[in-house]
Design a protein around this ligand. Structure first.
Ligand code: RRO
Length: 296
């Protein structure tokens, strides 16, 4: 009832693990796959091993989390084995990758075997990476095209909400040949400890995720659906089946779940059952609700 074909990939449901959560080892990705996810996305992988920003790198705030992990990863040169282990979970494995230029991205993508690539041009706190390049339309188009030329599998581009007009960046990805866009990465934010007066995160600022960002993500998905011809994948603050339905109504063909997986690894099964019961009661299919908010 919930199965879909997304950029050519067959998914048993439209609920995927978002990049950055339980995505650094093949074992944890496999565990999420076996817990009901339709697909899993790895932690973002770069050219060289990186230890990330200093601690604290994550803090709980009202309605969400602030993180400045700083792209910690073992390098693509040490990651194929993890992807192969994740594949034992029998769902598509999407490699999230990052770099500073199109050459970095194409080197990594051509070396890894994955079912699709998600290009991270949206991390809000990484000097020379992420949103520093993902706010430049020409760079986004160039990087997307370079990866499309280097691989035969679908290429998704994960967008930053930290821009005035996300539609123009989505269009740049589409012009570069992207098969889908993913919206959104975290929203730049900060917290200060009032006893000491110091910023709490080791990196001083970071990215906000969790419930607080859902309305921002919904608006981005809604706008991208109106503007683009390629599928939009929604992510940001999903914690129950109602949130997933809302994203699909806004125009997402599928969704990714991040922060909420930290509290409940069974969330994929919980959301699938909730969505199935809702659709059955309404006598609707996924197709009936897809983008329905645009019809009013
Ligand atoms: O590693 C991180 O600090 C990180 C990444 Br790569 C990202 O894309 N988004 C985010 O909030 N944190």
């Amino acid at each position: 009832m919930l199965s879909i074909t997304l950029t050519g990939l067959k998914l048993k449901n439209p609920l995927m693990l978002a990049a950055g959560i339980m995505g650094t080892t093949g074992g944890s990705l496999k565990r999420v796959a076996e817990s009901g996810a339709g697909a899993v996305v790895t932690k973002s992988i770069g050219l060289e091993p990186k230890s990330g920003h200093s601690n604290p790198s994550m803090v709980e705030v009202d309605c969400g989390y602030l993180n400045a992990m700083g792209l910690p990863n073992p390098s693509y040169k040490n990651f194929q084995e993890e992807i192969d282990t994740a594949k034992e979970g029998d769902v598509p494995v999407i490699a999230s990758i990052f770099g500073g230029c199109s050459l970095d991205f194409s080197e990594i993508a051509s070396a890894l075997r994955a079912d699709a690539f998600e290009l991270n041009v949206s991390c809000p706190h990484a000097h020379g990476y992420g949103s520093e390049i993902g706010t430049d339309q020409a760079l986004v188009e160039d990087i997307t095209r370079a990866v499309k030329d280097a691989v035969k599998v679908p290429v998704w581009v994960k967008l930053t909400p930290n821009v005035t007009d996300i539609k123009s960046i989505g269009l740049a990805a589409e012009h570069g040949g992207a098969d889908a866009v993913v919206a959104i990465n975290t929203i730049r934010g900060m917290a200060i400890d009032i006893e000491s007066g110091y910023p709490i995160l080791g990196n001083k600022f970071g990215g906000l995720s969790g419930r607080a960002i859902k309305p921002v993500a919904i608006k981005c998905v809604y706008d991208l659906y109106e503007t683009l011809d390629i599928p939009v994948i929604g992510v940001g603050g999903i914690s129950d089946w109602r949130d997933a339905v809302e994203f699909i109504m806004a125009g997402a063909q599928a969704v990714e779940i991040g922060s909420a997986v930290g509290n409940n690894i069974n969330i994929f099964n919980d959301i699938s059952s909730g969505m199935e019961a809702f659709l059955e009661e309404k006598e609707w299919t996924l197709d009936d609700i897809y983008g329905v908010a645009h019809e009013v």
